[in-house]
Design a protein around this ligand. Structure first.
Ligand code: NAD
Ligand code: ZN
Length: 247
């Protein structure tokens, strides 16, 4: 059996799967990855924009940058990798999809597959670009509209901000807890398109392995998780995922 067949079988047999995705899963949709070099992330250094300090100092500049990213991503569409994962998530209750991406493409694939949002087992570790929330109180709402003026909270009138996690901020507690809970009982970790250097996200598949599960990786290149992987499929996720997910 080749690796593709083996992984297909492992996915079918598994009781409990945690999928962890990163920017690579969206690369074939035309969303630049973090370290790609060109595109949205490079025109401005992310570290200059995606911080609470930058927002305090110049909220207009920060919103302009996020508005540009939101518009660009709305021109992109989920690719066959997102669609395969959405099918898996919806076909089985023992699957948890944890993403570091903020592009909303997993959500759109779930919706296109007939699901409703928010999906309880689709966890956004770094938030999403398409939620706007208050910078002071707990108000938030889904929003994909162009940002013309600085948005304000309808409850307390403070400035509203993008619903993403910025450098130096805590990850959303619920998503983090749910991801590690799923990892402790999963017997397969499927890690797709992440350089696996950002923690705690990269620790999630390690917990699966430490709890006795197996790890499969789909990536163009090796990563720090590769030595732990029972299966390392080198290639584009949009091509490989539809071959290993047959649900
Ligand atoms: P990363 O850019 O660090 O790594 C991307 C990984 O994907 C690399 O290992 C690369 O080899 C692999 N890859 C690229 N194209 C691929 C393909 N077609 N198929 C399979 N693998 C492919 O991304 P990361 O690990 O997600 O970490 C970056 C951080 O930046 C995260 O915190 C994330 O929140 C953020 N980010 C998000 C997006 C998005 O929402 N799409 C985009 C860029 C960065
Ligand atoms: Zn408020």
């Amino acid at each position: 059996m080749d690796e593709v067949q083996e992984l297909r079988e492992a996915i079918r047999r598994a009781r409990g799967i945690v999928v962890l995705t990163g920017a690579g899963v969206s690369a074939e949709s035309g969303v630049p990855t973090f370290r790609d070099g060109d595109g949205l992330w490079k025109q401005r250094r992310v570290e200059e924009v995606a911080t609470p300090g930058a927002f305090r100092e110049d909220p207009r500049m920060v919103w302009e940058w996020y508005d540009m990213r939101r518009r660009a991503i709305l021109q992109c569409a989920p690719n066959p990798g997102h669609h395969a994962l959405a099918r898996l998530l919806m076909a089985r209750e023992d699957v948890t999809l944890v993403t570091q991406n903020v592009d909303g493409l997993h959500d759109r694939a779930v919706m296109e597959a007939g699901g409703t949002l928010p999906h309880p087992r689709l966890l956004h570790l770094h938030g999403t670009l398409f939620v706007v929330r208050c910078s002071v109180c707990r108000w938030e709402e889904p929003n994909s509209e162009p940002i013309e003026d600085l948005p304000r909270c309808p409850r307390c009138d403070a400035l509203a901000r993008p619903g993403v996690v910025w450098f130096g901020e805590m990850l959303p507690e619920h998503a983090l807890e749910a991801a590690f809970d799923a990892a402790r009982v999963a017997d397969l970790a499927l890690v797709v398109g992440t350089s696996a250097v950002v923690h705690p996200a990269a620790s999630i598949p390690r917990v699966v392995v430490e709890s006795g599960g197996q790890l499969a990786e789909v990536n163009l290149d090796p990563t720090p998780l590769t030595p732990l992987a029972r299966w390392s499929l080198r290639g584009a996720s949009g091509e490989i995922l539809p071959q290993v997910i047959v649900e």
